[in-house]
Design a protein around this ligand. Structure first.
Ligand SMILES: [Zn+2]
Length: 66
């Protein structure tokens, strides 16, 4: 059941991103508690020097070394 729930959430996120609508989980991590059938989310901050999520990630097109 859990894999079906997570797969459905991921598919919904992909559809929202493709359509450019709704509120996506970007910047947050979702936790699924299958025993209680509950979810929770926490905010994930960006790492300023990270090549994936840092501020210059999309604009520079090259790796930034520290
Ligand atoms: Zn990062």
């Amino acid at each position: 059941m859990t894999t079906g729930v997570i797969g459905s959430i991921e598919a919904t996120e992909a559809i929202k991103l493709c359509l450019g609508t709704g509120s996506v989980l970007a910047g947050r991590m979702l936790f699924w508690d299958g025993l209680r059938s509950e979810t929770d989310t926490i905010v994930i901050g960006r790492a300023p020097r990270c090549i994936s999520c840092g501020g210059k990630a999309a604009s520079s097109g090259r790796e930034e070394r520290s």
